[in-house]
Design a protein around this ligand. Structure first.
Ligand code: SIN
Ligand code: CO
Length: 400
């Protein structure tokens, strides 16, 4: 990623990563020059009525209780019944449904793709907000339309600082340390744990580029699932052994000595799995069911020649936003290629091509043509197209 293509203003990528990422907030005025909001409030209301789109409406005062959160899909008629002020509409994963948001996400590729979660878009009239809260993940809050005041606090809050029994985790004792009014194109970066409260000052649309940070429970579950899914016969397994067993007084006791051996055995089993990249690559590229459904609509049956010709004609190839791809370099000679929860192995001479398809949602046509100089590489790309992981832009209704 070139330093001059990022939306971080005067801060270089290396300074951002060393001094701000995961550490402290950063306000970037005019992060994206002449920024035009890619969506209108009406379009957002339309999407909130679609069953595939995850949507929420938050009512600060006018619900059955304060900060009521309702989940979509919503009926169109609801929008005319909403109060004038103090509510917010939130749409998750807009990068999946709207190409402009997917392209926006491409400006944040200085963080690896596997760390990116989604693009959430919120609309709020005057006073609307989701309340003061903290998040467990990093977020870039890009002001897209209207004005929003962001108040933040780096104080560390405990469970007791949140209201009990609300639909949302809202801080009751939030005291702003700093605040800024953001206008279209301005952006605020927040690391995990920094409390924030964004209040709409007029009709306001904010885009949140949110990152994914699996927690220790999710990671251990994924690792254990992988261990359990392996076909093993009893002959492959190590069984507990205890030579030099120290004589113990109480046969009813589980001794500390035995427990240490048991824990060592389990730790060794798990750490041998951790050495293997595949469980993590498969886990982190897994997609949920609804995105797989979208993906299946794109499947085609092209030949290698047809794919290559389309590229030569200058047709842009686009990665399906529902497809999660990543690669791991295993030493000097093998690549582990992860695609929506599965793994395949390729020789290192596919590295340039694999890099192109994994790094970029819109890989450069010229670079693709350059690397597609043998049958194996052409076949690799053609398979990705036929399985729906890539499509030619003209096939897409919503290309810009
Ligand atoms: C919003 O867009 O109103 C909320 C975003 C956030 O707090 O993370
Ligand atoms: Co937040």
């Amino acid at each position: 990623m070139q330093n001059n293509t990022h939306p971080l203003g005067n801060i270089s990528l290396s300074v951002f990563l060393q001094e701000f990422w995961q550490q402290k907030p950063l306000l970037i005025r005019n992060a994206i020059e002449n920024f035009k909001c890619p969506i209108s409030a009406d379009e957002m209301a339309g999407l909130a009525c679609e069953p595939d789109v995850e949507s929420r409406i938050i009512l600060e005062h006018d619900g059955d209780h304060p900060w009521q959160c309702q989940h979509g899909p919503f009926d169109e008629s609801l929008f005319s019944k909403l109060p004038e002020t103090h509510w917010a509409l939130l749409l998750q994963s807009c990068n999946v449904y709207i190409a402009k948001f997917a392209k926006l996400l491409d400006q944040f590729r200085f963080i690896p793709n596997w760390r990116v979660d989604d693009v959430m878009v919120s609309y709020a009239p005057f006073g609307g907000s989701v309340g003061p809260h903290t998040d467990n993940y990093d977020v870039f809050l890009l002001q897209a339309q209207g004005k929003r005041r962001w108040e933040i606090s780096t104080h560390s809050y405990a469970e007791a600082d949140f209201y009990p029994d609300l639909d949302l985790k809202i801080l009751r004792s939030f005291k702003a340390e700093e605040s800024w009014e953001l206008e279209p194109g301005d952006m605020l970066y927040l690391p995990p744990g920094v409390a924030h409260h964004g209040i709409a000052l007029n009709d306001c649309i904010t885009i949140s580029i949110g990152f994914r940070a699996p927690n220790e429970y999710e990671l251990s579950t994924a690792l254990l699932d992988e261990v359990l899914s392996q076909q093993t016969t009893k002959n492959d397994l190590d069984f507990y052994r205890d030579p030099n067993f120290p004589l113990q007084d109480n046969p009813g006791e589980i001794s500390a000595w035995a427990l240490r051996r048991i824990n060592n055995m389990v730790n060794q089993t798990l750490s041998s799995r951790i050495q293997d990249s595949d469980w993590f690559g498969k886990y982190i590229t897994e997609t949920d069911e609804s995105t797989e459904t979208l993906e299946s609509k794109q499947v085609s049956n092209m030949t290698q020649q047809q794919c290559f010709q389309m590229l030569e004609q200058g047709q842009q190839l686009v990665r399906n936003e529902c497809s999660k791809l990543a690669f791991f370099r295993n030493g000097e000679d093998r690549i582990h290629f992860f695609c929506n929860g599965s793994v395949a192995y390729y020789p290192i001479d596919l590295l340039d091509l694999i890099r192109l398809v994994c790094n970029n949602r819109y890989p450069s046509i010229a670079s693709l043509i350059k690397v597609l100089d043998n049958n194996e590489r052409q076949l690799f790309l053609c398979n990705l197209i036929n399985l729906g992981h890539f499509y030619f832009e003209k096939d897409c209704n919503d290309s810009d």
